[in-house]
Design a protein around this ligand. Structure first.
Ligand code: S3P
Length: 171
């Protein structure tokens, strides 16, 4: 079984995925991390040196590879993964998909502290960040909302979010 976590940057996908994998005794795979290992470069370096289109192709290739996994896996996707190619279809056909939904306020507060490792927002002024996120999220919501389940994250602990995901699973 593959459980795929998706949502905007800063929604806690990797953190929750790790916690969930420990609770379920599943393998934990972070898609961004796998892309950086394969390319021996950080996400920022890949964007700078090879461009976003190259990154999206790598992301798609590895996504297919991990969705085909025969093992029990919790897969943490990148914030943009659902928005490219027909990735959302492939995700829904091959996993239980969960959208971790956060408000613009929550995401802005978290991302103000974590901008530098994220090439899409690294150069945006702090005061412009909430507006950028609001617009970007509006575009991305069309893809995120195709997930089989949506879990609201505002005001909840990682533990509560992981337990909520487990309650949706068919066992
Ligand atoms: C991206 C999100 C990032 C990473 C890349 C692009 C996006 O992942 O894949 O910087 O398009 O939203 P996180 O959501 O894990 O930060």
């Amino acid at each position: 079984m593959v459980i795929a976590l998706l949502g905007y940057m800063g929604s806690g996908k990797s953190h929750i995925a790790r916690l969930l994998s420990q609770k379920l005794n599943f393998e934990f795979i972070d898609l961004d991390k796998q892309i950086t290992l394969k390319n021996k470069r950080s996400v920022t370096e890949i964007f700078q040196m090879s461009g976003e289109i190259f990154f999206r192709k790598q992301e798609r290739e590895l996504l297919e590879e991990y969705l085909a996994s025969k093992n029990d896996v919790v897969l943490s996707l990148g914030g943009g993964t659902p928005a490219y190619y027909n990735n959302m279809e492939v995700i829904n056909q091959n996993s239980f998909s969960f959208f971790l939904r956060g408000s613009v306020n929550t995401l802005s507060q978290r991302l103000l502290k974590q901008k530098t490792t994220r090439p899409l927002i690294a150069k945006i002024n702090d005061e412009d960040l909430p507006e950028f996120i609001a617009k970007h999220l509006f575009e991305r919501n069309a893809f995120y909302s195709k997930a089989q389940f949506t879990v609201d994250i505002d005001g909840k602990t990682p533990e509560q979010i992981a337990e909520e995901i487990i309650r949706h699973l068919p066992f």
